[in-house]
Design a binder for this molecule. Structure first.
Ligand SMILES: *Cc1c(COP(=O)(O)O)cnc(C)c1O
Length: 242
């Protein structure tokens, strides 16, 4: 039987080479795209192996799973330089826990969530539970379907304004998942246009988080600066998981 570490190492090499090929094709430097390894539904041991292999950015989409996993990883690998990213839909009542473990939340999509995160981060810093402000990406709903999370394109400007007016959140850019109703190229093209508009008002909001196992090449061609990869690194998740 193959050792799990070897398995993940080979998968990681393959993903890095896909990213490199896509960057070359787009005439971009490879260090303009960061990789978030999405560990949702996989055990903390896999996250630990990823950090052993040099991965520093880990992503989760459910607070209930991510908080305990981040705690366990800190015990297993106290010296690993890990940044956790919250990628999934977040309820306001989870803001307090997210503020303990997340370096970045990529799924911010409402004023109420902005306010809740700002307050939670301030409390966490006052209590000595975190040092840094929280990096924030606004999740965009490219097709405007409110059921799957994300703010409609037309609401981005006021939402971005709200983020920059807080004391504890840093606006870094936009995130999206390509909807099934259009091609990834079409979807990521719209995201890129929105990101360029956002950058006119907020020059430091340069991140475009787009691209997963199935569509990372297309996302990189459309300017993605951050791909979020689960399946291609750790394998297929069970049917029950999102
Ligand atoms: C699960 C998830 C991913 C990773 O998807 P894969 O297809 O397994 O690479 C990326 N982004 C978000 C928001 C996710 O929930």
């Amino acid at each position: 039987m193959t050792d799990r570490r070897d398995e993940i190492e080979a998968a990681l090499e393959n993903v890095r080479s896909r990213i490199a090929t896509a960057c070359r094709a787009a005439g971009r430097s490879i260090d303009t795209v960061r990789l978030i390894a999405v560990t949702k539904t996989f055990p903390v041991d896999d996250a630990a192996l990823l950090t052993d292999l040099g991965v520093t950015d880990l992503g989760e989409n459910r607070e209930q799973e991510a908080g305990p996993k981040a705690d366990e990883l800190r015990k297993l690998r106290p010296d690993a330089p890990v940044r956790w990213h919250m990628l999934g839909r977040l309820q306001r009542n989870k803001a307090r826990s997210v503020a303990r473990w997340a370096a970045e939340v990529q799924s911010v999509d409402s004023d109420r969530l902005v306010d809740a995160l700002d307050k939670a981060v301030r409390n966490a810093r006052d209590a000595g539970d975190r040092a840094e402000p929280l990096d924030v990406l606004i999740q965009v709903s490219i097709d405007g379907d409110p059921d799957r999370g994300g703010a409609p394109l037309g609401t981005l400007a006021p939402l971005a304004e709200r983020v920059v007016r807080t004391g504890e959140l840093r606006l870094r850019g936009l995130m999206a998942v390509a909807p099934l109703t259009m091609t990834p190229g079409e979807a990521f093209g719209r995201l890129l246009a929105a990101a360029e508009r956002l950058r006119e008002d907020h020059p430091r909001a340069t991140e475009i988080s787009a691209g997963m196992t199935g569509d990372l090449e297309s996302a990189i061609a459309c300017g993605s600066t951050c791909v979020r990869v689960g399946t291609a690194l750790l394998g297929t998740r069970g049917l029950a998981s999102p």
